[in-house]
Write a new protein. Sequence first.
Length: 278
Amino acid sequence: MLGRSYRWVLMIEPLGYRVHFISAYHALMIGYTANYAFPRIGEITRCGVLNRTEKIPADALIGTVIAERAWDVIMLGILTVTVILFKLKTFGKFFHEKIAIPLSEKFHWLVSIPLYGWLLVIILVVSAILLVLMYRHAIKEYLLRGKIGQFSYGIYQGIKSVLKLKRGLQFIGVTFFIWLVYILMTFFALKAMTPTHSLNFIDAFFIMVVGSYGFVVPVQGGIGTYHAIVALGLSLYAVSWNDALAYALLSHGSQAISIILLGLLSMLTLALRKKTTR
């Protein structure tokens, strides 16, 4: 979480605000704790907390959070391709049978759309893009009017700020460091249990990537979805279903408890700080 806090500070810099690292950390931990109450509410919560402590517009902060999630999706895609290349036959089969096929079945209706329907969609999208480009100045001026417009424009500015990072190499380095820590956490958790003790670093890499997809589903802290997909991943190594679920409970539970405790500590710290400044 320290890495994510520092990365968020780097993302806010182009907005013209200097953020204290400790404030970003407390906001992030409170947001992650909130995710265990309601799915995805933590993203808004941490922006609200930092808005109060650092007086930064919440809409611009939401833009940086959206950009941050986009980077995480890109990294997850890169790591997915990488781990498949390490063991193409084993891992490729898993992603095809357990992820690609279920997703294709869920969205099978897309295949039934006739060719002229797709052509119509393409024409509409291209036309919309051309209209936006032609009237971008008028649209920008209109968006700046009213609270909804200002809020939307603030999000846009937050996303755009990532393209103006002053310390881009640090941002990329911290991003890779964050995901490396996730792999190491998975590796040590696997080594802590007898049924999974024989798995190596590449296997931990695979389980980490698989488990990450469990957090993509909008449920509280990946509860249930993480356990199911990790258990499926461990089934490739002839780990029994009960042992696989036990590992998932150990891994997810220890992380959840740590986040909640640290989040509550951050809440207490900010509450005491606010009390002493009165």
